[in-house]
Design a protein around this ligand. Structure first.
Ligand code: HEC
Length: 119
């Protein structure tokens, strides 16, 4: 085989490899692909940044419960209307500073849809 041919074949192999491996990257956090949303990987950082100032351990500023663990967060979704509150414009959570971003709310919704996975 001459040099030109082997160069051509290598190029084709690289192209083929790149195309076939571009599908389900498990490190991709885009909620629209097949990656499952979990508390540990996606939800905990949102509650840490936006909720535990009041829903800490212990809760403060009049918040009725803490949201510091997987179980507490799951419980709030199932029994305290958490999804309604993060999407509410009249009675929102967090109560000040505007709603979570659309992307963050989508992540929490997909977490629920995926079955409230911990890890
Ligand atoms: C500035 C303080 C503060 C922050 C930050 C905050 N909350 Fe709250 N939260 C409260 C207070 C006070 C209440 C109780 C009064 C009410 O229901 O509006 C409450 C109530 C709730 C309730 C209803 C509980 C029930 O049993 O009725 C949910 C659900 C909730 N918060 C979720 C969240 C989530 C999720 C975040 C973060 C995205 C968050 N909150 C951030 C202060 C806060």
């Amino acid at each position: 085989m001459n040099f030109k041919n082997s160069f051509y074949i290598s190029t084709m192999l690289i192209l083929l490899y790149n195309c076939s491996s571009s599908g389900d990257d498990p490190t991709n956090s885009n909620p629209n692909n097949s990656v499952k949303i979990t508390y540990d990987s996606h939800i905990k950082s949102i509650t840490t940044n936006y909720c535990i100032a009041c829903h800490g351990e212990p809760p403060s500023s009049g918040a009725p419960m803490s949201l510091t663990s997987y179980e507490l967060m799951k419980n709030a979704v199932e029994t305290r209307g958490l999804i309604n509150r993060i999407n509410s414009t009249t009675n929102p959570m967090p109560p000040k500073g505007g709603l979570l971003s659309q992307e963050q709310r989508n992540l929490i919704q997909k977490w629920v849809d995926d079955g409230l996975l911990e890890k």
